[in-house]
Design a protein around this ligand. Sequence first.
Ligand code: NAD
Ligand code: IPM
Ligand code: MN
Length: 349
Amino acid sequence: MKTYTIDVIAGDGIGQEVMPAAIRAIEAIAVSEEFSVTWRERDWGSERYLADGQMMPSDGLDQLASGDAIFLGAVGAPGIPDHVTLWGLLIPIRRAFLQYINLRPARHLAGVTSQVLGAEELDAVVVRENVEGEYSEIGGRAYDGRPEAMAIQQTVFTRAGVERVSRYAAKLAATRSGRLISATKSNGIIHTGPFWDEIVRETSSEVGGVELESVLIDALAARAVTRPASLDVIVASNLFGDILSDLLSAVSGSIGIAPSANLNPPRDHPSMFEPVHGSAPDIAGMGVANPVGQMWAGAMMLDHLGEPDAARRLEAAFEGALASGVSTRDLGGTASTADFTDAVIDRIT
Ligand code: NAD
Ligand code: IPM
Ligand code: MN
């Protein structure tokens, strides 16, 4: 029997609630599939930071390097600046393991109602560039506390970085409708816009059967809400992709259902699977968080591990629970995290 070693970082806030729910569901499926999972649980996160000043051990990345995948909940806690928590755990993992693709599907799930007209037709994937762009490490602050105080952030797009993300997105589009939308901002004085456009155009034209449409990010945001059915694969920079993925999750019904895969396509390093949402301090500890985003991320992880049957069974179980009318508060229901998870497990066993 195959055994996978998965590093589990439940992290902060509702990460502690949705992670056990997803692990329960995967364990229930593994029983009847030909694999088992060794969960290496890591107590990394904000509590650890408060106790010893580090979000993860100094050799944390080395520890993760030997696993088959990383399963992450959420990072971020009130009272600790986000740049400390995120740059101490989440961002270093994405970068050290060159997880340059952040895949974020958004689609209508039966039983989920959306405020957006036409949302039942939504079936899109954001392919977000995940290691450069607006999230570069170049920049800083100066003159704090003085009238001249300033902050500078350099946006970094490299040819290699844009090529690999647009190639990935174009190949994905070729397996779906053949339509690829590139989110851009090339009409102003943002120098990176035309550079991004040129490379996306060149690269996607090398992949057969793909029709490219470049759409300005501001117009694309409006289109996502007015014509969700017109979207399919969207390739976007780090920041545009971040914003679009929250937007599309809301169009689909709730940020609580959206999953995300941080992939290192050459597989030289482990990939990481997490929900799109954060630690939700406003509902943390209440037992009402929606575990679907974490479970769906778990299904993406199973696909990545080469267990597509298990992935489909997991998706069918949470979709079945939703379709039967069981849902958490964010979707207008009354189920707790545990109630919803029970409904998912019922559909597995
Ligand atoms: P958030 O995604 O945590 O929450 C936004 C809103 O959505 C909140 O009202 C929350 O209650 C709701 N929500 C989110 N997930 C839900 C779920 N599963 N079920 C039900 N409702 C859910 O975003 P935020 O409030 O802007 O950020 C909170 C913290 O999380 C910050 O520290 C932020 O930096 C961090 N964050 C971390 C990640 C990550 O770990 N990948 C992602 C986003 C935000
Ligand atoms: C996400 C989050 C992170 C990001 C933050 C918390 C740094 O919003 O995973 O979408 O912007 O990548
Ligand atoms: Mn985000």
